[in-house]
Design a binder for this molecule. Sequence first.
Ligand SMILES: Nc1nc2c(c(=O)[nH]1)N[C@H]1C(S)=C(S)[C@@H](COP(=O)(O)OP(=O)(O)OC[C@H]3O[C@@H](n4cnc5c(=O)[nH]c(N)nc54)[C@H](O)[C@@H]3O)O[C@H]1N2
Ligand SMILES: Nc1nc2c(c(=O)[nH]1)N[C@H]1C(S)=C(S)[C@@H](COP(=O)(O)OP(=O)(O)OC[C@H]3O[C@@H](n4cnc5c(=O)[nH]c(N)nc54)[C@H](O)[C@@H]3O)O[C@H]1N2
Ligand code: SF4
Ligand SMILES: [Mo]
Length: 665
Amino acid sequence: MRDVILTCPLDCPDACRLKITLAPDETLGEKAVKVTGDPSHPFTQGFACAKTVHYPARQYHPDRPLYPLKRLGGDFVRISWDQALDEIADRLKTVLAEHGPHALMRYNYAGTMGLREGTHVHAFFRALGASELDETICATAGTEAWVMTYGPRYGVLAEDVPHAKLIFLWGINSLTTNSHLTPWLKKARKNGAKIYHIDPYQSKTSLFADEHIKINPGTDAALALGFMHLIFRWGLEDREYLQEACLGSEELREAAKDYTPEKVSDITGIPTEKIEQLAREYASTTPSYIRVGYGMTRHEYGGNNLRSVLLLPAVMGQWKHRGGGVTLSTSGYFQLNRKKLGAGHLVKASTPRINMTRLATALQPERGIKAMFVYNSNPVVVAPDTARVIEGFKREDLLVVVLEQAMTETAKLADYVLPSTTFMEHEDVYTSYGHTYLGYNPKTLNAPGEARPNTWVFQELGKRLGLQEETLYWSMDQLLEHLLDTEHPFLQGFTPERVRQEGSVRLNLPEGLLPYQHGAPTASGKVQLSPAPHYTPDSLQVTPEHPFRLLTPPAHHFLNSTYGNLENLNQAEGGEPLALMHPEDAAPLNLSTGDFAHLSSPQGSVLRQIRVHGGVQKGVIVLEGSWWGLSARDGKSINTLTSERLTDLGAGSTFHANTIGVTKA
Ligand SMILES: Nc1nc2c(c(=O)[nH]1)N[C@H]1C(S)=C(S)[C@@H](COP(=O)(O)OP(=O)(O)OC[C@H]3O[C@@H](n4cnc5c(=O)[nH]c(N)nc54)[C@H](O)[C@@H]3O)O[C@H]1N2
Ligand SMILES: Nc1nc2c(c(=O)[nH]1)N[C@H]1C(S)=C(S)[C@@H](COP(=O)(O)OP(=O)(O)OC[C@H]3O[C@@H](n4cnc5c(=O)[nH]c(N)nc54)[C@H](O)[C@@H]3O)O[C@H]1N2
Ligand code: SF4
Ligand SMILES: [Mo]
């Protein structure tokens, strides 16, 4: 037995350093048997989450694809790698000859956050001139709101949070989705901080907070502008900061005039006295820290919702104080050289772009896509409008190749399934969106069966197609050298050797850095308050047929759809997907906990078990988790109900913007 330390590859801000215990194994040499956190890592602090401690069970799952599979009729048959690669290359040559490169698309997201297996592999598609994928399913509304205001995403560091005296956890279920922030929140609380959770339903984070503020979905812009209205009325804004560090403060002051506490109370469902109390506390406490999640961005006006909140610390000059400000992400600190990462330099302005949130539409036959490769993603579960997505996957004239570690519902619809390695079985390098350590993992374990890294698959296909693009064939060393080829001070002292040797290297950030103390690295050098944000009511309004709003946030024991195939984690989430609803909404429908109901939206309908829950905002239904459809009684994923509607900024997904009807089954 021995322990190794590796970075968790999953799409989670914490990017933990994991302590993994390996035991001898007859076939593989060694096998992972236990996962916990590295006790010496300052951010991981010795614990892994409730999900990833079960990683060995998913890595050695009996259904994990271990050999290339080809669909023959309704079944899969095992074939050799040579046969799989030769046949796929031949099919691609035909598609390219008959339809041109735009008929080929990739569909990928963040199954691994590794820059090599997750991002650099796009080089194959760019070398061919395939249609580009706009990766909008998660963060683009938030990113655009931040970047237009502050430039790079330099969020307040978790290490500085203990200085804060007032904390808003706003549209984030951080105890579930950013669990390594919790120790820092606890330290702040010990130092006297008060913690509020602003969210439409009561989650683990609400119970941890001192107070839960239940807000109507999609109304955060009104609340934030309501705070500003009072702050300006009371004259408590930081005039000096607005004057010196910001552009557009007069416009913002004008915009906030409309948002009286009475109006804001009507919109948000929060009592006027509470709005005044929160605004007063925010305006009179320094440092104050806001941790925003993506929850409020997953609405039609999600970009403006988030942006309104992001402006609060500017109005109060909180960026001048250690622990003051707001965090959406810490990605901006990773100032790597990404020019040729994924061969991004090959993308032409004329290359057609596919918005991944609209996969269902992209797969309509008339759009002309003839071949699709899916890697690091499970779109049949996670993409909106599932029924139409499945229809697309089933097209006879579409070649579907899925690279997977698990026999997902997406893999089951493939023409070819190619077995993939996990983070313990391949080499990679990792950034983080919750801390500032660059992570590196060597290949540590032999993969079972014939699983291969994504990189290997695309290099092999590249050779068969005669591709000459050199970045496609880069080794890890060449990629690392490229990424670190920069003069940026945050990366001073970083060499490939050091990164490999230390495994987790903190960015070279100046001690006590206050990134927006005097302005922001935007084009003007100032924090951009202009254009002032506004609250706009959703065009999607409840109707007699669809009288409820449905939210579909993450579950504690899954990471998106990852881990959805582990029975014990399904049980920990209640055994099957549950629809939470307020007692006063349930009673008139004669629904009690344990009853079943049909939930229906304009996109489709699902059958779900009801759990009556006083912690949900009235008129709102919450269904936690991207469960595998297979775990639901009707075999349908929750995205059967969601739509391809896009956000106001960033053309992002709107997974919390649904109106549905509920009828007892
Ligand atoms: N355990 C676990 N951790 C995860 C994930 C997971 O699936 N499971 N997913 C990972 C990924 S990919 C991401 S992007 C992050 C996402 O992590 P979060 O940002 O925490 O998740 P969101 O889905 O954005 O929802 C967060 C909260 O926003 C609330 N919300 C919805 N609409 C509104 C609104 O209009 N206003 C306000 N104030 N709140 C609203 C929801 O009720 C929910 O409690 O988590 C990552 N971490
Ligand atoms: N209704 C609803 N839908 C949502 C959300 C929501 O809140 N509500 N959240 C959305 C968000 S925030 C996100 S980020 C997306 C996430 O969507 P995805 O990024 O698709 O995330 P997962 O569902 O975890 O699927 C990742 C898949 O990648 C595979 N994988 C992991 N590592 C590798 C690898 O190295 N190679 C290969 N070939 N495969 C690998 C895993 O086995 C897994 O099946 O879902 C979105 N969908
Ligand atoms: S999923 Fe997140 S919290 Fe869990 S081990 Fe991975 S990085 Fe850490
Ligand atoms: Mo995400």
